[in-house]
Design a protein around this ligand. Structure first.
Ligand SMILES: *[C@@H]1O[C@H](CO)[C@@H](O)[C@H](O)[C@H]1NC(C)=O
Ligand SMILES: *[C@@H]1O[C@H](CO)[C@@H](O)[C@H](O)[C@H]1NC(C)=O
Length: 410
């Protein structure tokens, strides 16, 4: 057992996401940190009124008392307050090599509009290692994109507002309901049309509107950054009863997890967890993440990896893990959701237990796999947890993996 546990090698597989592609929405751009000392670097964005994102953060970690520090003076000074690090800790910052993007929550109900700068600040000696001064700014706000001008079928709306990158609000919507095939439609930048569900979550032809205020949410895979215009009309046709253009650079509040998940959607991520022995690939599609594990594992031997319970500590405890193997008897692929409650094997419903043994559900779907030429390959999907926003951030920006190879009988 001891040997098995020491094999629980923990890695921090922050996969060095490069500086965000220019098209990726990261919130309001607050620009690069100025470097004064200790190699401080990074690019700062406001994700919403209380959250900062620092991409590619770098700091050599050699000063004894440095913190993320914000304040409302004209420039960085001792008159400030510590911003807890990406793991919510208020201890001096360690070393950051620039491979990680950090999400920082402003402390104590502080709002972005109440601070003027972010600094990497040495408290003990009151020294500024690097800063960005952004002055008085409002956080990204809902954006009014104008009225929908009167068209046929009495179609019009007095105002259209983008509430965030996926949500649109129509004020005083009018439409007579008699068009043969009118829907809410977005024309994407690639020229294709997609229907948008109405306020009743329906994709059927539109009913009449007599001045209602209606809030619509774009389909899972789409955000306003990929949309040229919104219309009321038919799908894949040029006809529109009402139409409004979506400005090319919309600066609206980001709903963090989905915007990051969307950024990640087209890319295929891959991580070698044990060189030549175990490899994990994953791909996010809308609300679902699909993994493919490949490993040198005989049937009955399992491949497992998980997401750390902590953003940075690569802790195995309370991590969510998926264990997959080829069944020795049936040769069928199996995959199971585990919650690692403690460092011990499953006994009396404690320790490393499959969820169903704890009375939970197995959330793993669409399992396919085989054993061939000494290697096991198993693919499966899991929903990104829509209730817990941090889960998505884990998966897409700070991917801390724990992994494990072992015999099922241990
Ligand atoms: C849709 O919701 C509206 C309220 O916004 C309601 O008046 C209408 O009857 C609903 N229509 C359908 C078809 O459910
Ligand atoms: C829609 O919103 C506008 C502006 O907020 C308001 O004046 C109007 O009364 C609302 N209409 C309905 C039907 O709630």
């Amino acid at each position: 057992m001891a040997a098995c546990l020491t094999a629980l090698l923990l890695i921090c597989a922050a996969f060095g996401r490069p500086a965000p592609a220019s098209s990726a929405y990261m919130g309001k751009d607050l620009r690069n940190l100025h470097t004064f000392d200790h190699e401080v670097a990074g690019h700062v964005y406001a994700l919403d009124a209380t959250t900062l994102l620092v991409t590619g953060f770098k700091y050599d970690g050699s000063a004894p008392d440095a913190y993320f520090w914000v304040g409302s003076t004209t420039s960085p000074s001792s008159n400030g307050i510590i911003v807890p690090d990406e793991a919510g800790r208020s201890q001096p910052l360690g070393r950051y090599d620039g491979s990680k993007d950090l999400i920082l929550k402003l402390p104590a109900n502080l709002k972005l509009g109440e601070i003027k700068w972010l600094s990497v600040w040495c408290k003990k000696f009151a020294v500024d290692f690097g800063n960005v001064v952004f002055g008085t700014i409002a956080g990204p706000a809902p954006r009014d994109i104008g009225a929908m001008k009167p068209g046929d079928h009495g179609t019009q709306a007095s105002a259209i507002t983008l509430l965030n990158e996926k949500t649109l609000h129509l004020t005083n919507l009018m439409y007579d309901g008699t068009s043969a095939d009118a829907f809410f439609v977005v024309r994407k930048s690639d020229g294709t049309d997609m229907k948008v569900r109405d306020e009743n979550n329906s994709l059927t032809k539109l009913h009449a509107y007599t001045g209602q205020n209606v809030t619509l949410t774009l389909p899972e895979s789409v955000s306003f950054f990929d949309v040229d215009y919104f219309k009321i009309g038919c799908v894949a046709c040029s006809e529109a009863h009402g139409m409004v253009a979506i400005p090319a650079s919309v600066k609206v509040p980001g709903t963090l997890p989905s915007s990051m998940a969307n950024n990640a959607a087209p890319m295929k991520n891959c991580e070698t967890l044990l060189d030549g022995i175990f490899n994990v690939e994953w791909k996010i599609n809308g609300n679902v993440i699909r993994f493919t594990l490949t490993g040198q594992a005989e049937p009955g031997t399992y491949l497992s990896f998980g997401l750390s319970g902590s953003m940075t500590a690569t802790s195995m405890i309370s991590s969510d893990a998926i264990v997959a193997w080829i069944d020795k008897t049936t040769a069928q692929p199996r995959a199971m959701d585990y919650n690692l409650g403690a460092y011990s094997q499953c006994a009396n419903m404690r320790g490393v237990c499959p969820d169903p043994e704890l009375g939970g559900a197995n959330d793993v779907m669409d399992i396919v796999g085989s054993f061939k030429d000494g290697a096991t390959t198993i693919s499966f999907s899991r929903r990104l947890n829509t209730d817990n926003e941090l889960d998505k951030a884990y998966l897409t920006s700070a991917y801390d993996a724990v992994r494990r190879l072992g015999d099922r009988s241990h």
